[in-house]
Design a protein around this ligand. Sequence first.
Ligand code: CO
Length: 224
Amino acid sequence: MKRLPQLFQSNRRWVERTRAADPEFFRKLAAQQAPEYLWIGCSDSRVPANTIVDLLPGEMFVHRNVGNVVVHTDLNCLSVIQFAVDVLKVRHVIVCGHYGCSGVRCALTGEGGGLSRNWLRHIEDVRTRHAAAIDALGDAQRRHDLLCELNVIEQVANACRTSVVEEAWRRDQPLAVHGWVYGLEDGLLRDLDVTVVAPGTLAEAYGNALARLAPRSAREAAAR
Ligand code: CO
């Protein structure tokens, strides 16, 4: 219990494999990090950021929390965004949610959660804001999937409204904020097409992304 030899063994195997592919890999990586992407995703062990987009160490800066939430008073997330945007000069911020998210399920049903329930209030707020569209769906699975998508769209808007991102755009630093959802069952990413590249385009991107979700919700409501 005090040591975890299996993880140290697998670490050494990984180092050997990586060195075999590129003998200079660690030396180059230690000299600098210049990732192009900041990933803001869920802590869920089934959604490992680098793995699902097949990127190597050094290629993506990562922040994960329960429910991939961007909260304006969360110094942890804000500090990550600030370092990524101001210092590393990433070109893309990716907010990635996933279907089958326990955090979203808890926010939707109000069941379980314990202490994290307080954190998940932010997703409950998303649920409240879009209650009409969510409640129009008869199927519990579809309600869950829709809240996963809506949560990403809202967190993209929150990321765009951080002072760090606003100031980067003000000084014409190239920066795009994207909203994606990952499917646990097929391993595939879906782009929710809510990409924002300038502050003036947030309202339009947000409105269009919601509109694309709404017809499906209305269709499913009609089919009940
Ligand atoms: Co999750």
